[in-house]
Write a protein that binds this ligand. Structure first.
Ligand code: NAP
Length: 245
């Protein structure tokens, strides 16, 4: 290993989410190396928000990769879409078997599945990780939902569970959720696989909201599934499956 490989974790993307997550990881005693497409933002970050911390920066992908301990753990918090694929291609020639790439952005699950298969063929461990809690969560404790190649989890678990939010009983709001983007599948399976109507799905969510899954999102899902348009038909079916940033 190179003597310059000093960082426990690498993070690409110095917009608000990336900056806050880096500071959170740093607070928990891990050394983070920061990188960004617009390289001047690395120096700005180190001179301002990250001043006085253990955070280090890189000015090129080569420099960034060289500063990471193996297996490298590299998280991207960049704009969902092309930027993720571009960074994967940029990183690939510099990585070694068993290195880990984590996409922490709001990627659509089929993209995560495609990247997972592609990177598995390159012997790179890919993880798609839902990050919930917005900017404040990223800084002081997000809910993290990592899924992808299970071989990556033992390497990520100490860091992810340290920085995640805590439940009242002290449990970390982070655990391995399985392969691919499991959560997005639920609606499709219920509707197209099992053939439940929106009202029937609403009843299931209402039931879940009385048990261990009790949460705000489950509660509003119940209401959304049951909501009728002015013609008496379920409104959800009429809403286009598309969203901007
Ligand atoms: P963002 O505005 O979504 O993305 C900005 C970052 O992406 C910058 O580092 C930017 O680099 C980079 N980027 C954009 N286009 C690029 C391209 N074509 N090639 C390479 N890099 C590119 O940042 P964010 O709000 O911090 O969110 C990061 C991710 O987390 C997104 O996927 C977002 O959907 C998700 N997320 C956000 C929140 C939130 O509350 N903001 C919450 C949960 C999840 P430059 O500086 O060079 O432009």
């Amino acid at each position: 290993m190179s003597s310059t490989a000093v960082a426990d974790f690498g993070l690409i993307g110095l917009a608000v989410m990336g900056q806050n997550l880096i500071l959170n990881i740093n607070d928990h005693g891990f050394k983070v190396c920061a990188y960004n497409r617009t390289v001047s933002k690395v120096d700005d970050f180190l001179a301002n928000e990250a001043k006085g911390t253990q955070v280090i920066g890189a000015h090129s992908i080569e420099d960034f990769v060289a500063k990471l301990k193996r297996p490298r753990k590299i998280m991207m918090l960049v704009k969902a879409g092309d930027a993720v694929d571009k960074f994967i291609e940029t990183l690939l020639p510099h990585l070694e078997e068993g290195d880990i790439i984590i996409d922490g952005g709001n990627s659509h699950y089929p993209d995560t599945q495609r990247r997972y298969e592609y990177l598995t063929s390159k012997k790179i461990l890919f993880v798609g990780c839902g990050v919930s809690g917005g900017e404040e969560g990223a800084r002081y404790g997000p809910s993290l939902m990592p899924g992808g190649n299970p071989e990556a989890w033992p390497h990520l678990k100490p860091i992810f569970q340290a920085i995640a939010a805590r439940a009242p009983d002290g449990a970390a709001c982070c655990d391995w959720v399985g392969e691919g983007g499991a959560g997005h599948f639920v609606y499709h399976i219920f509707r197209d696989g099992v053939g439940f109507t929106d009202d029937e799905q609403g009843d299931i969510f209402a039931q879940w909201n009385k048990g261990v899954l009790d949460s705000f999102l489950i509660e509003i899902s119940t209401d959304i599934l049951r909501f009728k348009d002015t013609d008496g038909q379920p409104l959800l079916e009429k809403i286009r499956d598309a969203a901007g940033q």
